[in-house]
Design a binder for this molecule. Structure first.
Ligand code: KG4
Ligand code: ZN
Length: 346
């Protein structure tokens, strides 16, 4: 099939991003990938503030696209289609991206392709490696946690997911409760490295229930209780207390993810995939303890484990351009009625 050049735009959370990818489904290269992060804008508020995010996306998205074209040494006329995240996400941000994409598509006479942000994450293994369908994707980030049996660019089975918090959220809240910096994941992982993971026996939620659903909110409550017990007892936390709390918390997350992944693998392997792959995406996939356990689990099942480079695991526009490329190559596109959707399950 023909080589396609696709512009992708992403603005569904706190990163304004634009990228250009070129190739065919399963074999592409990234010509440019620009990300304007907003961490410093939200730092004082302990989380992403939708109003601030929306304004920043609206102000920056045009420049971001220009920068991506400049870095790829391309003009808009060189592009075959414009792909944009149409949801799910913070509606103000998604609207900024969709309106920008519509303006460019109308102005340059280019096809418009709406992309589900979760599909972008789920297709990342095909952006970075030539992974064949079907594969099992574990998406673990600050906002998401789900198992996606991925059979095609628009064919996903959700085998299970969190019924409350995402694991990244749990890492971030743990860091906040222990006075560690944000984002919490890297900080908690660093503390856990010199802590005792068996000192506190935190719950392993939902392991007693069949299926692949997960829960993380009870863990946070257990951690809060353990912290308060130490503070009441000794008047404060020592460095070792903090490290032990982090290590025990992380061990619980790892155990829960590993057990539920094992169950999801059983469902996936029942389809007899020719070259089975377990892939991860999302910021939490950066966690070395989680990676190590999933690697072991994959080896035990004699399947390939794939963790894409971190910059492509977290929010970016190359994955949106790539998901758009697969849709467009399959003859799918949208028109000017493309809507921004705050909620959009796969
Ligand atoms: O995918 P991502 O960049 O953004 C969205 O959630 O959309 O993921 C960010 C999340 C944060 O909650 C952060 O604390 C977590 O990923 N994270 C980690 C690690 N690095 C980042 N969690 C655990 N261990 C890490 N090393
Ligand atoms: Zn994301």
């Amino acid at each position: 099939s023909d080589t396609l050049t696709i512009l992708g735009i992403e603005s569904s959370c706190d990163d304004t991003a634009a990228a250009l990818v070129r190739g065919v489904p399963g074999t592409v290269h990234i010509l440019s990938s620009v990300i304007y992060g907003q961490a410093e804008l939200h730092a004082d508020f302990g989380g992403v503030v939708p109003e601030i995010a929306a304004r920043a996306h609206a102000e920056r998205v045009d420049t971001c696209v220009k920068e991506a074209l400049f870095q790829a040494d391309l003009a808009l006329s060189d592009v075959d289609a414009i792909a944009v995240t149409a949801g799910p996400g913070l509606i103000g941000g998604v609207l900024s991206g969709v309106m920008c994409a519509k303006g460019l598509a109308a102005g340059a006479g280019k096809p418009l392709v709406g992309v589900n942000h979760l599909a972008g994450h789920a297709l990342t293994p095909r952006l970075t490696d030539e992974i064949a369908y079907p594969y099992l994707m574990l998406l673990v980030s600050g906002g998401h946690c789900q198992f996606l049996l991925t059979r095609g660019h628009g064919d996903f089975s959700r085998l299970g997911g969190t019924i409350d918090d995402a694991p990244g959220e749990a890492f971030d809240k743990t860091a906040r409760l222990l006075g560690l910096p944000q984002p919490g994941g890297p900080a908690v992982q660093a503390e856990a490295a010199h802590g005792n993971p068996t000192r506190f026996r935190f719950p392993r939620p939902l392991l007693d229930r069949p299926g692949c659903d997960l829960s993380f909110s009870g863990l946070k409550t257990a951690l809060l209780r353990a912290r308060d017990a130490i503070v009441t007892d000794k008047g404060g936390l020592t460095r070792q207390d903090r490290a032990d709390l982090c290590a025990s918390f992380q061990a619980a997350v790892v155990d829960v993810l590993a057990e539920k992944t094992a169950r999801a693998l059983t469902l996936y392997l029942a389809e007899n995939p020719a070259s089975p792959v377990l892939a991860v995406a999302g910021g939490v996939a950066a966690n070395s303890a989680i990676r190590a356990r999933l690697e072991t689990l994959s080896a035990d099942h004699a399947i390939r484990f794939l963790a894409p480079p971190l910059a492509l695991c977290t929010d970016n526009a190359a994955m949106i351009a790539y998901a758009g490329l697969e849709r467009f190559a399959a003859g799918e596109q949208d028109d000017m009625t493309l809507a921004a959707r705050p909620r959009w399950p796969l």
